[in-house]
Design a protein around this ligand. Structure first.
Ligand SMILES: [Zn+2]
Ligand SMILES: [Zn+2]
Length: 308
């Protein structure tokens, strides 16, 4: 498949984007979205006359001209009238949520969790260069970076903003389990990368998912992929840990203290085991060459590296 740099820009796409640079056309799109809200029906259609009356455009011929520029990529014409396409719906939601506005951010906050690099409990969450980051103040490593739309900070306290990133990451993990891109829902390719830590010569492994279509890339610790296996979710729950209430940065403590331990026997073909150890009980999750968990075995009380 061509990369975006190699692929040519489709003239139809240029025309579609060009059609949007007009206030009256955006009014038409917003009017269609409004009727969807009024009728509580996501696919409610609007007649030519009703749509014309809903917008402030002088003549029907002018209205008809603007409408024709939107039919296709943003509006579909059905027997019942006009309604937004998926692209039109996405565009209106983007406009309403302020996708083109910059994020103002929040004051840096201390968060619970342990640095996987220096093993210190010194993590902070902050907005840096329009991105949400979790960073260690002891060794200055960045542990997590995520996109930060302004709609995510609106109507939320800093604590609520931070919690919302926790939920967002887990929602991506659930989609990626099914091979679905969290951005465009296209198929993803998976791989596992090894990262050597300088301070203790340990190697950390991340599970990398890459979307073939929109080129979205997400790296997650291999332990996270193991922990989202239904058997692991149940095992943790039985030991008083609700995985969905835990954030990724809180989970780092389990990796550092050995409660989640990874053993990779081979990267190509992939062959690895993640072992969970809580309260003297254990669960072993075996990965296969597809980078997903293929086998689960209970294990009794594996020793942990370090206990807090
Ligand atoms: Zn650190
Ligand atoms: Zn995608």
């Amino acid at each position: 498949m061509d990369s975006p740099r190699e692929s040519r820009i489709d003239p139809a796409m240029v025309e579609a984007i060009g059609a949007l640079g007009n206030e009256q056309r955006l009014q038409i799109l917003l009017a269609l979205a409004e009727t969807t809200n009024d009728h509580q029906d996501q696919w409610h259609a609007m007649s030519f006359t009703a749509l014309y009356e809903a917008v402030d455009i002088g003549s029907t011929s002018q209205f008809s001209y603007h409408l024709s520029k939107l039919v296709g990529p943003f509006i579909t014409e059905t027997d019942d009238g006009y309604r937004l396409t998926y692209g039109g719906d996405k565009l209106v939601r983007g406009l309403r949520s302020g996708i083109y506005e910059s994020t103002t951010g929040f004051e840096e906050r201390t968060v619970a969790g342990t640095c996987v690099f220096c093993e210190t409990d010194a993590l902070v969450a902050a907005l840096e260069n329009e991105l949400f980051v979790v960073r260690c103040t002891a060794c200055e490593s960045t542990l997590l970076t995520d996109s930060f739309p302004t709609s995510q900070e609106r109507h939320r306290t800093p604590e609520e903003i931070i919690d919302s990133f926790g939920s967002r990451i887990w929602s991506s993990v659930v989609l990626l389990r099914g091979g679905v891109c969290p951005e465009c829902y296209g198929p993803v390719d998976t791989a596992v990368d090894a990262h050597d830590h300088d301070h203790d010569h340990r190697t950390a492994y991340t599970h990398r998912s890459t979307c073939e279509g929109c080129r979205f890339v997400i790296h997650l610790p291999l332990e996270v992929v193991a922990a989202f296996h239904p058997a692991a979710i149940g095992f943790l729950w039985e030991h008083g840990i609700s995985l969905f209430e835990l954030t990724l940065w809180e989970m780092f403590a389990f990796i550092v203290n050995g409660q989640m331990r990874t053993r990779v026997r081979s990267l190509e073909p992939f062959d690895a085991t993640v072992t969970l150890a809580v309260d003297g009980a254990g669960l072993e999750l075996q990965f296969d060459e597809t980078h997903s968990v293929s086998n689960v075995n209970p294990r009794s009380a594996p020793a942990t590296d370090r206990q807090h």
